[in-house]
Design a protein around this ligand. Structure first.
Ligand code: GLN
Length: 453
């Protein structure tokens, strides 16, 4: 994989940092312990991985795709990084991402965009476009992403790879640099459903260092993937969400989705239509809740504690903070800090943030009703196949629309997966099928995903 990275990543720019020597040393450790007759640390021991550059690592920089953290090295490992190391998984490097995980195309990275390996004039999705592109271009067999509103699933969809957003609270956020804390969740990415399941079991689990971590058993996702691979979905009820099936989606996305419904029916699933009337407000609620949390979380980048510091020697502390943040943050991050600060300000709080929280509850209730009728819900992962680099950079609202189908899951704290569902008949580009399940029923995603795959 290191040779492959050296050969092709100049073209794709999936990685921000490659840790060749460290990765090789970790692989050799695994070899040595197996040669000594020890049981492997996990089923994935020795299988290398690409890590999104938003998880802290003590042996490589963590930049979050931002200038403000250029060259910063964390004094501690994220729980996810530590679990990967303990499982004997060598970390090849850190992958490119939209700055602080805000975006859907990886064009908001301060270090330049990643290109989609299917067509290098197109976006690889975002914010975890680097991880998805690393998988699609065979620069890593496994990767880690984070999903606040779709940043694992939409990149998986547009690169024909697999990605899961686990149930909120099941993968530790300790050492995951926060975007929006009530929505952020790390998750596994792979080229097959079973690979993704194996990685899921490595990274999930209770962590007392994350205050929202759930002290429950990890759902049996590997067993579910193996069961699903037998291709029998008899007894499984699949709900098609009416509100996530629209004529405004690309026609190739809709026809791929309709074909997926036919496949699931053939496999024995019972397909029903369900209605989630409040999903149409998910985008508006998300783009108030997320910026509100962002405006608070990103206050820590104050030029005193981390990374960049702009200071001409004659500035007050306040001027240093302002100058550093002005120079260190990119336009999308600034836009969201301003929206969030406005939405939380006194006099507007009830009208915006308070309303958005009410919508969030209504969306969770829609899900609860839908899951009375179905075991899993499905939709296209994104209304669009990968668009041209540059096409939406000047139109943030158009960019936000690509998250339409993925956001409700994050707002409810549930789990969801994207699996490849073929190439669009319009443009020959990848389309993803989204499978959603209730909190702590992540195993259902893998059963249905593996059967469909
Ligand atoms: N594209 C969404 C956003 O820009 C999702 C981001 C994410 O999941 N990190 O907010």
């Amino acid at each position: 994989h290191l040779d492959r990275i050296a050969e092709v990543d100049g073209e794709y720019h999936a990685y921000l940092h490659v840790a060749g020597d460290r990765a090789l040393a970790a692989a050799e450790d695994v070899d040595r312990s197996i040669a000594a007759g020890d049981a492997p640390a996990s089923a994935l021991a020795g299988v290398p991985l690409a890590l999104k550059d938003v998880f802290t690592t003590t042996d490589m920089p963590t930049t979050c795709g931002s200038k403000i953290l250029e060259g910063w090295v964390s004094p501690y490992d994220a729980t996810v990084s530590a679990k990967l190391r303990a499982a004997g998984i060598p970390i090849l490097g850190k992958t490119n991402m939209d700055e602080f995980a805000m975006g859907s195309s990886t064009e908001n990275s301060a270090y330049g965009p990643t290109k989609n390996p299917w067509d290098t004039t197109r976006i690889p999705g975002g914010s975890g476009g680097g991880s998805a592109a690393a998988l699609a271009s065979h620069q890593a067999p496994l990767a880690i992403g984070t999903d606040t509103g779709g940043s694992i699933r939409q990149p998986a969809a547009v690169t024909a790879t697999v990605g899961t957003k686990p149930t909120y609270g099941t993968v530790s956020r300790f050492g995951l640099v926060a975007c929006a804390s009530s929505l952020d969740q790390g998750g596994p990415c792979g080229r097959t459903v079973l690979d993704t399941a194996l990685l899921h079991e490595v990274i999930a689990g209770y962590d007392p260092r994350d205050s929202t971590s759930l002290d429950v058993a990890v759902p049996p996702v590997v067993a579910a993937a193996r069961e699903g691979a037998r291709g029998n979905l008899a007894g499984v009820k699949v709900g098609v969400v009416k509100e996530l099936h629209s004529d405004s989606y690309q026609s190739g996305v809709i026809s791929s989705f309709d074909a997926a419904v036919a496949v699931l029916t053939e496999l024995g699933a019972e397909v029903v239509e369900v209605s989630c009337p409040h999903f149409e407000y998910a985008l508006a609620a998300y783009y108030l809740i997320l910026p509100s949390e962002v405006s608070s979380n990103l206050a820590r980048f104050d030029a005193m504690r981390y990374g960049m510091r702009v200071d001409d020697g004659n500035m007050s502390a306040e001027q240093v903070m302002a100058a550093t943040r002005a120079a260190g943050f990119g336009p999308e991050v600034k836009r969201r800090i301003m929206i969030g600060t406005y939405a939380l300000s006194s006099g507007y709080y009830d009208a915006y943030y308070g309303q958005a929280l009410k919508v969030r509850t209504l969306i969770a209730r829609d899900f609860d009703k839908a899951y009375e009728q179905a075991d899993v819900l499905i939709s296209p992962t994104s209304p669009f196949t990968p668009w041209k680099l540059g096409e939406k950079v000047d139109d943030p609202l158009a960019m936000y629309l690509s998250d339409l189908c993925t956001l409700p899951t994050n707002l409810a704290g549930h789990c969801a997966m994207s699996v490849p569902s073929g190439l669009s008949k319009d443009d020959g580009l990848p389309v993803g099928l989204q499978i959603m399940a209730p909190a702590l029923a992540d195993d259902r995603l893998y059963r249905v995903g593996a059967a469909y795959e």
